[in-house]
Design a protein around this ligand. Sequence first.
Ligand code: GLA
Length: 406
Amino acid sequence: MTMNVKQNERLRALTARLVLATGARSDEVFGVNAPLRVCPVGAHVDHQGGVVTGLTIDRSVMMAATPLPEPIFRIESLDFQGAVTVELTAAQPAPTGEWGDYARAAAGVLSARRRLDQGLYAVIGGDLAGAGLSSSAAVLICYVLGLARANRFDLPRRDVAALVQQAENSYIGVASGLLDQSIILFADKGHLTRVTVSDLSVERVSAHEGAPEITVVVAFSGITRALAGSGFNTRVEECHEAARILLDRGGRTAGRRPLLSEAGPELFDRFAAELPENLRRRAAHFFGERRRVIDGVEAWRGGDLTRFGELMSASGESSIRNYECGTPELVTLFELLRDTPGVYGARFSGAGFGGSCVALADPAAGEEIANAVSRGYAAAHPDAAANANCHLCTPAGAARFVGGDD
Ligand code: GLA
Protein backbone atom coordinates (compact mmCIF):
# COMPACT_ATOMS: atom_id res chain seq x y z
CA MET A 1 0.00 0.00 0.00
CA THR A 2 1.45 3.33 -0.94
CA MET A 3 1.25 5.86 1.81
CA ASN A 4 0.00 9.36 1.12
CA VAL A 5 1.86 12.59 1.95
CA LYS A 6 0.24 12.95 5.36
CA GLN A 7 1.07 9.38 6.30
CA ASN A 8 4.69 9.82 5.25
CA GLU A 9 4.86 12.98 7.34
CA ARG A 10 3.35 11.17 10.30
CA LEU A 11 5.84 8.33 10.02
CA ARG A 12 8.64 10.89 10.06
CA ALA A 13 7.17 12.59 13.14
CA LEU A 14 6.74 9.26 14.94
CA THR A 15 10.27 8.19 14.05
CA ALA A 16 11.77 11.53 15.13
CA ARG A 17 10.09 11.26 18.53
CA LEU A 18 11.20 7.65 18.89
CA VAL A 19 14.81 8.48 18.03
CA LEU A 20 14.76 11.39 20.49
CA ALA A 21 13.45 9.12 23.27
CA THR A 22 15.66 6.10 22.62
CA GLY A 23 18.64 7.21 20.53
CA ALA A 24 17.85 4.31 18.16
CA ARG A 25 19.66 4.26 14.79
CA SER A 26 17.44 4.44 11.74
CA ASP A 27 18.21 0.82 10.81
CA GLU A 28 16.87 -0.25 14.23
CA VAL A 29 13.52 1.42 13.63
CA PHE A 30 10.52 -0.07 11.83
CA GLY A 31 7.03 1.23 11.22
CA VAL A 32 3.57 -0.33 11.02
CA ASN A 33 0.71 1.22 9.09
CA ALA A 34 -2.75 -0.14 9.94
CA PRO A 35 -5.47 1.46 7.78
CA LEU A 36 -8.99 2.08 9.11
CA ARG A 37 -11.88 0.03 7.73
CA VAL A 38 -15.40 0.66 6.54
CA CYS A 39 -18.09 -2.02 6.29
CA PRO A 40 -20.65 -1.29 3.56
CA VAL A 41 -22.76 -4.43 4.11
CA GLY A 42 -22.51 -7.19 6.69
CA ALA A 43 -22.63 -5.07 9.85
CA HIS A 44 -23.35 -6.51 13.30
CA VAL A 45 -23.14 -10.07 12.07
CA ASP A 46 -19.52 -10.90 12.87
CA HIS A 47 -20.21 -11.84 16.49
CA GLN A 48 -22.85 -14.30 15.17
CA GLY A 49 -20.58 -16.17 12.75
CA GLY A 50 -21.90 -14.22 9.76
CA VAL A 51 -20.28 -13.04 6.54
CA VAL A 52 -18.95 -9.48 6.41
CA THR A 53 -17.61 -7.20 3.71
CA GLY A 54 -15.23 -4.30 4.03
CA LEU A 55 -12.56 -2.13 2.58
CA THR A 56 -9.89 0.08 4.08
CA ILE A 57 -9.22 3.77 3.50
CA ASP A 58 -6.16 6.01 3.32
CA ARG A 59 -6.56 7.00 6.97
CA SER A 60 -4.68 4.87 9.46
CA VAL A 61 -3.05 4.23 12.78
CA MET A 62 0.75 4.21 12.50
CA MET A 63 3.51 3.19 14.84
CA ALA A 64 7.28 3.65 14.77
CA ALA A 65 9.10 1.18 17.01
CA THR A 66 12.46 -0.21 17.98
CA PRO A 67 13.21 -3.44 19.87
CA LEU A 68 14.43 -3.27 23.47
CA PRO A 69 16.74 -5.89 24.99
CA GLU A 70 14.56 -6.32 28.12
CA PRO A 71 10.93 -7.53 28.18
CA ILE A 72 9.36 -4.09 28.57
CA PHE A 73 6.82 -2.52 26.20
CA ARG A 74 6.97 1.26 26.41
CA ILE A 75 4.64 3.42 24.34
CA GLU A 76 4.17 7.11 23.74
CA SER A 77 1.34 8.54 21.70
CA LEU A 78 1.05 11.59 19.47
CA ASP A 79 -2.63 11.80 20.43
CA PHE A 80 -2.73 10.98 24.14
CA GLN A 81 -0.78 12.29 27.13
CA GLY A 82 1.85 10.38 29.09
CA ALA A 83 3.85 7.25 28.42
CA VAL A 84 2.77 3.69 29.20
CA THR A 85 5.07 0.93 30.44
CA VAL A 86 4.02 -2.70 30.30
CA GLU A 87 5.98 -5.61 31.75
CA LEU A 88 5.83 -8.39 29.20
CA THR A 89 6.66 -11.28 31.50
CA ALA A 90 4.24 -10.35 34.30
CA ALA A 91 0.47 -10.84 34.54
CA GLN A 92 -1.28 -7.68 33.38
CA PRO A 93 -3.03 -5.53 36.00
CA ALA A 94 -6.76 -4.81 35.61
CA PRO A 95 -7.80 -2.33 32.89
CA THR A 96 -7.95 1.34 33.91
CA GLY A 97 -10.13 2.68 31.08
CA GLU A 98 -7.22 4.70 29.66
CA TRP A 99 -5.36 4.35 26.38
CA GLY A 100 -2.67 2.18 27.99
CA ASP A 101 -5.25 -0.63 28.28
CA TYR A 102 -4.70 -1.48 24.61
CA ALA A 103 -0.99 -2.06 25.20
CA ARG A 104 -1.69 -4.26 28.23
CA ALA A 105 -4.36 -6.12 26.27
CA ALA A 106 -2.00 -6.86 23.37
CA ALA A 107 0.85 -7.84 25.69
CA GLY A 108 -1.48 -10.10 27.68
CA VAL A 109 -2.81 -12.15 24.76
CA LEU A 110 0.49 -12.40 22.95
CA SER A 111 2.56 -13.38 25.99
CA ALA A 112 -0.01 -16.06 26.85
CA ARG A 113 0.85 -17.62 23.51
CA ARG A 114 4.61 -17.00 23.20
CA ARG A 115 7.26 -16.03 25.68
CA LEU A 116 8.29 -12.43 24.98
CA ASP A 117 11.94 -11.98 25.97
CA GLN A 118 12.50 -8.86 23.91
CA GLY A 119 10.71 -5.60 24.45
CA LEU A 120 9.61 -2.72 22.28
CA TYR A 121 9.71 1.06 22.47
CA ALA A 122 6.98 2.52 20.28
CA VAL A 123 5.42 5.83 19.37
CA ILE A 124 1.90 5.61 17.97
CA GLY A 125 -0.43 8.10 16.30
CA GLY A 126 -3.46 7.96 14.07
CA ASP A 127 -6.39 9.48 12.26
CA LEU A 128 -9.95 9.61 13.52
CA ALA A 129 -9.47 8.05 16.98
CA GLY A 130 -12.86 7.15 18.45
CA ALA A 131 -14.72 7.95 15.22
CA GLY A 132 -16.02 4.40 14.84
CA LEU A 133 -13.64 3.36 12.09
CA SER A 134 -12.00 0.59 14.07
CA SER A 135 -9.05 2.56 15.41
CA SER A 136 -9.00 0.19 18.43
CA ALA A 137 -8.43 -2.83 16.24
CA ALA A 138 -5.83 -0.90 14.23
CA VAL A 139 -3.93 0.03 17.41
CA LEU A 140 -3.99 -3.57 18.66
CA ILE A 141 -2.76 -4.82 15.29
CA CYS A 142 0.20 -2.40 15.44
CA TYR A 143 1.08 -3.65 18.93
CA VAL A 144 0.77 -7.36 18.14
CA LEU A 145 2.73 -7.10 14.87
CA GLY A 146 5.38 -4.94 16.56
CA LEU A 147 5.87 -7.18 19.59
CA ALA A 148 6.06 -10.30 17.42
CA ARG A 149 8.66 -8.67 15.20
CA ALA A 150 10.76 -7.55 18.17
CA ASN A 151 10.75 -11.19 19.32
CA ARG A 152 11.63 -12.41 15.81
CA PHE A 153 8.62 -14.53 15.06
CA ASP A 154 5.99 -14.29 12.36
CA LEU A 155 2.33 -14.81 13.09
CA PRO A 156 -0.11 -15.89 10.39
CA ARG A 157 -2.56 -13.02 9.80
CA ARG A 158 -5.48 -15.19 10.89
CA ASP A 159 -3.78 -15.65 14.25
CA VAL A 160 -3.20 -11.91 14.56
CA ALA A 161 -6.92 -11.34 13.92
CA ALA A 162 -7.89 -13.91 16.55
CA LEU A 163 -5.46 -12.47 19.12
CA VAL A 164 -6.76 -8.95 18.57
CA GLN A 165 -10.33 -10.14 19.02
CA GLN A 166 -9.34 -11.96 22.18
CA ALA A 167 -7.68 -8.78 23.48
CA GLU A 168 -10.88 -6.78 22.88
CA ASN A 169 -13.17 -9.47 24.34
CA SER A 170 -11.21 -10.52 27.37
CA TYR A 171 -9.38 -7.37 28.45
CA ILE A 172 -11.08 -4.30 26.95
CA GLY A 173 -14.50 -5.82 27.63
CA VAL A 174 -16.14 -5.43 24.21
CA ALA A 175 -17.83 -8.53 22.77
CA SER A 176 -16.73 -7.59 19.24
CA GLY A 177 -16.39 -10.09 16.43
CA LEU A 178 -13.71 -10.35 13.76
CA LEU A 179 -14.90 -7.74 11.26
CA ASP A 180 -12.48 -4.93 12.05
CA GLN A 181 -9.32 -6.99 12.43
CA SER A 182 -9.88 -9.19 9.41
CA ILE A 183 -10.65 -6.31 7.04
CA ILE A 184 -7.58 -4.36 8.23
CA LEU A 185 -5.39 -7.45 7.86
CA PHE A 186 -6.74 -8.81 4.56
CA ALA A 187 -7.93 -5.81 2.52
CA ASP A 188 -6.57 -5.28 -0.96
CA LYS A 189 -6.81 -1.96 -2.79
CA GLY A 190 -9.49 -1.94 -5.46
CA HIS A 191 -11.26 -4.96 -3.98
CA LEU A 192 -14.17 -5.59 -1.70
CA THR A 193 -12.98 -8.00 0.99
CA ARG A 194 -15.50 -10.62 2.00
CA VAL A 195 -14.77 -12.60 5.15
CA THR A 196 -16.68 -15.63 6.41
CA VAL A 197 -16.17 -15.18 10.10
CA SER A 198 -16.83 -18.80 11.13
CA ASP A 199 -13.69 -20.10 9.35
CA LEU A 200 -11.98 -16.77 8.55
CA SER A 201 -11.95 -17.57 4.86
CA VAL A 202 -11.30 -14.49 2.77
CA GLU A 203 -12.31 -13.57 -0.75
CA ARG A 204 -11.08 -10.38 -2.39
CA VAL A 205 -13.74 -9.47 -4.90
CA SER A 206 -12.51 -7.32 -7.75
CA ALA A 207 -14.96 -4.96 -9.37
CA HIS A 208 -15.93 -5.54 -12.95
CA GLU A 209 -13.46 -3.96 -15.38
CA GLY A 210 -14.52 -0.39 -16.08
CA ALA A 211 -16.45 -0.09 -12.79
CA PRO A 212 -16.43 3.53 -11.63
CA GLU A 213 -13.88 4.76 -9.07
CA ILE A 214 -15.23 5.50 -5.61
CA THR A 215 -14.61 8.00 -2.87
CA VAL A 216 -15.32 6.98 0.70
CA VAL A 217 -16.97 9.85 2.55
CA VAL A 218 -16.47 9.73 6.32
CA ALA A 219 -18.80 12.07 8.17
CA PHE A 220 -17.79 12.21 11.84
CA SER A 221 -20.64 13.25 14.15
CA GLY A 222 -18.33 15.04 16.59
CA ILE A 223 -19.27 12.53 19.28
CA THR A 224 -16.87 9.76 20.20
CA ARG A 225 -17.88 6.85 22.34
CA ALA A 226 -15.99 3.84 23.57
CA LEU A 227 -17.89 0.62 22.87
CA ALA A 228 -17.27 -0.74 26.35
CA GLY A 229 -20.21 0.59 28.34
CA SER A 230 -22.37 1.30 25.25
CA GLY A 231 -25.33 -0.85 24.19
CA PHE A 232 -23.01 -2.94 22.02
CA ASN A 233 -22.66 -5.91 24.37
CA THR A 234 -26.41 -5.94 25.13
CA ARG A 235 -27.17 -6.31 21.41
CA VAL A 236 -24.70 -9.17 21.15
CA GLU A 237 -26.41 -10.94 24.06
CA GLU A 238 -29.81 -10.41 22.43
CA CYS A 239 -28.55 -12.09 19.26
CA HIS A 240 -27.32 -15.10 21.27
CA GLU A 241 -30.68 -15.29 23.01
CA ALA A 242 -32.57 -15.15 19.68
CA ALA A 243 -30.34 -17.96 18.37
CA ARG A 244 -30.96 -20.03 21.51
CA ILE A 245 -34.74 -19.76 21.14
CA LEU A 246 -34.67 -20.55 17.39
CA LEU A 247 -32.47 -23.60 17.91
CA ASP A 248 -34.64 -24.73 20.77
CA ARG A 249 -37.86 -24.42 18.73
CA GLY A 250 -36.20 -26.31 15.91
CA GLY A 251 -35.33 -29.16 18.30
CA ARG A 252 -31.63 -28.48 18.02
CA THR A 253 -29.19 -28.35 20.90
CA ALA A 254 -27.86 -24.90 21.66
CA GLY A 255 -24.39 -24.43 23.13
CA ARG A 256 -23.55 -21.87 25.79
CA ARG A 257 -23.37 -18.96 23.34
CA PRO A 258 -25.36 -20.11 20.31
CA LEU A 259 -24.98 -18.14 17.08
CA LEU A 260 -27.65 -16.93 14.66
CA SER A 261 -25.54 -18.45 11.87
CA GLU A 262 -26.04 -21.87 13.53
CA ALA A 263 -29.81 -21.36 13.58
CA GLY A 264 -29.88 -20.39 9.90
CA PRO A 265 -32.60 -18.65 7.84
CA GLU A 266 -34.95 -21.66 7.75
CA LEU A 267 -35.48 -21.70 11.51
CA PHE A 268 -35.94 -17.93 11.44
CA ASP A 269 -38.58 -18.21 8.72
CA ARG A 270 -40.44 -20.88 10.69
CA PHE A 271 -40.21 -19.49 14.20
CA ALA A 272 -39.73 -15.71 13.88
CA ALA A 273 -43.21 -15.07 15.27
CA GLU A 274 -42.30 -16.91 18.48
CA LEU A 275 -39.44 -14.56 19.27
CA PRO A 276 -40.04 -11.60 21.58
CA GLU A 277 -40.25 -8.43 19.46
CA ASN A 278 -36.77 -7.07 20.27
CA LEU A 279 -35.10 -10.44 19.54
CA ARG A 280 -37.12 -10.86 16.35
CA ARG A 281 -35.73 -7.56 15.12
CA ARG A 282 -32.13 -8.49 15.94
CA ALA A 283 -32.54 -11.76 14.06
CA ALA A 284 -34.30 -9.97 11.17
CA HIS A 285 -31.24 -7.73 10.90
CA PHE A 286 -28.88 -10.71 10.87
CA PHE A 287 -30.75 -12.64 8.18
CA GLY A 288 -31.37 -9.46 6.16
CA GLU A 289 -27.64 -8.73 6.18
CA ARG A 290 -26.98 -12.30 5.14
CA ARG A 291 -28.99 -11.71 1.97
CA ARG A 292 -27.54 -8.23 1.40
CA VAL A 293 -24.00 -9.57 1.58
CA ILE A 294 -24.77 -12.23 -1.04
CA ASP A 295 -26.44 -9.66 -3.32
CA GLY A 296 -23.86 -6.98 -2.57
CA VAL A 297 -20.92 -9.15 -3.55
CA GLU A 298 -22.64 -9.95 -6.86
CA ALA A 299 -23.42 -6.27 -7.50
CA TRP A 300 -19.79 -5.31 -6.74
CA ARG A 301 -18.47 -8.07 -8.96
CA GLY A 302 -20.68 -6.82 -11.78
CA GLY A 303 -19.56 -3.19 -11.29
CA ASP A 304 -23.11 -2.18 -10.36
CA LEU A 305 -22.39 0.47 -7.73
CA THR A 306 -25.93 1.79 -7.81
CA ARG A 307 -27.28 -1.57 -6.67
CA PHE A 308 -24.40 -2.03 -4.24
CA GLY A 309 -25.14 1.40 -2.75
CA GLU A 310 -28.86 0.61 -2.39
CA LEU A 311 -27.95 -2.48 -0.40
CA MET A 312 -25.57 -0.46 1.77
CA SER A 313 -28.30 2.07 2.58
CA ALA A 314 -30.77 -0.77 3.22
CA SER A 315 -28.21 -2.17 5.68
CA GLY A 316 -28.05 1.27 7.32
CA GLU A 317 -31.85 1.37 7.53
CA SER A 318 -31.92 -2.09 9.14
CA SER A 319 -29.33 -1.01 11.73
CA ILE A 320 -31.74 1.72 12.77
CA ARG A 321 -35.05 -0.19 12.59
CA ASN A 322 -34.04 -3.74 13.48
CA TYR A 323 -30.75 -3.55 15.31
CA GLU A 324 -31.94 -0.36 17.00
CA CYS A 325 -28.61 1.35 17.25
CA GLY A 326 -27.60 4.84 16.21
CA THR A 327 -27.73 8.20 17.92
CA PRO A 328 -29.99 11.04 16.65
CA GLU A 329 -26.84 12.68 15.22
CA LEU A 330 -25.85 9.54 13.31
CA VAL A 331 -29.35 9.09 11.96
CA THR A 332 -29.27 12.68 10.64
CA LEU A 333 -25.91 12.07 8.98
CA PHE A 334 -27.13 8.81 7.49
CA GLU A 335 -30.21 10.48 5.97
CA LEU A 336 -28.23 13.48 4.72
CA LEU A 337 -25.62 11.30 3.05
CA ARG A 338 -28.10 8.84 1.60
CA ASP A 339 -30.16 11.62 0.03
CA THR A 340 -27.32 13.70 -1.43
CA PRO A 341 -26.74 13.34 -5.18
CA GLY A 342 -23.52 11.51 -6.04
CA VAL A 343 -23.82 9.11 -3.07
CA TYR A 344 -24.26 5.43 -3.97
CA GLY A 345 -25.03 4.30 -0.44
CA ALA A 346 -24.50 5.14 3.22
CA ARG A 347 -24.64 3.60 6.70
CA PHE A 348 -23.19 3.99 10.19
CA SER A 349 -19.53 3.19 10.24
CA GLY A 350 -18.98 0.88 13.19
CA ALA A 351 -21.33 -0.12 15.92
CA GLY A 352 -23.48 2.99 15.64
CA PHE A 353 -23.27 4.09 19.27
CA GLY A 354 -21.42 7.30 18.35
CA GLY A 355 -18.72 7.97 15.79
CA SER A 356 -19.30 8.38 12.07
CA CYS A 357 -21.43 7.63 9.07
CA VAL A 358 -19.74 6.52 5.87
CA ALA A 359 -20.82 6.65 2.25
CA LEU A 360 -19.53 5.37 -1.04
CA ALA A 361 -19.71 8.15 -3.60
CA ASP A 362 -18.74 9.40 -7.02
CA PRO A 363 -15.35 11.16 -6.61
CA ALA A 364 -16.48 14.01 -8.89
CA ALA A 365 -19.22 14.88 -6.37
CA GLY A 366 -17.02 14.51 -3.26
CA GLU A 367 -16.58 18.18 -2.33
CA GLU A 368 -20.22 19.01 -2.94
CA ILE A 369 -21.34 16.07 -0.82
CA ALA A 370 -19.04 17.12 2.03
CA ASN A 371 -20.34 20.72 1.90
CA ALA A 372 -24.00 19.73 1.71
CA VAL A 373 -23.71 17.25 4.58
CA SER A 374 -21.76 19.69 6.76
CA ARG A 375 -24.37 22.41 6.19
CA GLY A 376 -27.33 20.12 6.86
CA TYR A 377 -25.68 18.70 9.98
CA ALA A 378 -24.84 22.14 11.41
CA ALA A 379 -28.47 23.17 10.97
CA ALA A 380 -29.81 20.04 12.70
CA HIS A 381 -27.23 19.62 15.50
CA PRO A 382 -25.35 22.90 15.98
CA ASP A 383 -23.64 21.77 19.22
CA ALA A 384 -22.28 18.46 17.95
CA ALA A 385 -21.40 20.08 14.61
CA ALA A 386 -18.74 22.19 16.35
CA ASN A 387 -16.57 19.05 16.64
CA ALA A 388 -17.79 17.31 13.49
CA ASN A 389 -15.89 16.98 10.22
CA CYS A 390 -16.15 15.31 6.87
CA HIS A 391 -13.32 13.47 5.12
CA LEU A 392 -13.01 12.36 1.52
CA CYS A 393 -10.96 9.18 1.48
CA THR A 394 -9.66 6.74 -1.10
CA PRO A 395 -9.64 2.96 -0.75
CA ALA A 396 -6.39 1.43 0.53
CA GLY A 397 -4.78 -1.98 1.21
CA ALA A 398 -3.92 -4.09 4.27
CA ALA A 399 -1.88 -3.36 7.40
CA ARG A 400 1.83 -3.74 6.79
CA PHE A 401 5.31 -2.91 7.97
CA VAL A 402 6.63 0.34 6.52
CA GLY A 403 9.88 2.32 6.58
CA GLY A 404 13.14 1.00 7.99
CA ASP A 405 14.48 -1.90 5.94
CA ASP A 406 11.10 -2.88 4.45
C1 GLA B 1 -17.68 -2.73 15.86
C2 GLA B 1 -17.15 -4.08 16.32
C3 GLA B 1 -17.19 -5.10 15.17
C4 GLA B 1 -18.56 -5.15 14.52
C5 GLA B 1 -19.05 -3.76 14.20
C6 GLA B 1 -20.46 -3.72 13.69
O1 GLA B 1 -16.83 -2.18 14.90
O2 GLA B 1 -15.83 -3.94 16.78
O3 GLA B 1 -16.79 -6.37 15.65
O4 GLA B 1 -19.47 -5.86 15.32
O5 GLA B 1 -18.99 -2.89 15.31
O6 GLA B 1 -20.55 -4.34 12.46
